[in-house]
Ligand binder design. Sequence first.
Ligand SMILES: *[C@@H]1O[C@H](CO)[C@@H](O)[C@H](O)[C@H]1NC(C)=O
Length: 276
Amino acid sequence: MTRRLVLLAAFVCYTSAAALFQVPEAETLHKLAETPSKDVPSDAAALGYAVDFSVSASTTTLNCLKSGGYSVVFTRAYNPSGSGSFDRNSATTIKNANTVGLGVEAYITPQPKSKTKTGAQQFVEVYQGLTSSGIVIRSAWIQVTSPANWYTNSTNVNFLLSMINQARQYGVAVGIYTSYSDWYTITSNYQGLPSDILVWYYNVYASGVTGESAPTYTDFRPFGTWKVPTVKQFAQVESVCQTTLNRNVYTPGIPALAESEVQKNKAPVVGGFIRQ
Ligand SMILES: *[C@@H]1O[C@H](CO)[C@@H](O)[C@H](O)[C@H]1NC(C)=O
């Protein structure tokens, strides 16, 4: 699985390298035109740009994002409402992203307080929802934010391990979307995760363009098992391509090989676009 991810991730770099310097143009799509545009710091040249949102995206929207220099879209595959359910919007976004040649990753917003479903069961719903839509799932990111949505004891870690173990049984690579502070609060800085699990962290000062942090990893502090991040969300609740979304930078993989890996798959693919 790891090798396949590396191969596939290459596709992202292939597309992002060319598109990277167009990213600032996406800023012009923001409604807050009076906001001074940020210079892209020098070390941002090594990173790709991505967005995340939970609504379903049309090919028109995804083509717009691609033209704006974004290489990957993260789509929500699990809706935590009630006791949680597969989010069908993700199937639409994944298929459309494959159609327009945009990398696509799935994130899971779990329902850790579900009375009826374990972490494993929630992952099964994601897996079955995607595969029954004809989608091959290679990786998924589990959202561990908003402490109010979690318990305040070791149940949280058990829930996470249950979900992660189920994913691994399916051969699906796992990443965690969290922050230093959320991970401390929700898991008491759990350090027992397998070392191949990647971290996607966020840091913003407020919603919107004026609340962005730098699109770099310079503010990353090690926590949990992570010494380096793989994705950073630096902007939340912005409008790009008429879609309300969050913006991210990520570490791209190696170009050409991944592209061929994508072409080998006849079915739409989600995941494996971020370096493993
Ligand atoms: C954690 O807290 C919840 C809610 O108070 C409780 O139902 C559960 O039994 C607790 N779990 C452990 C392991 O203490």
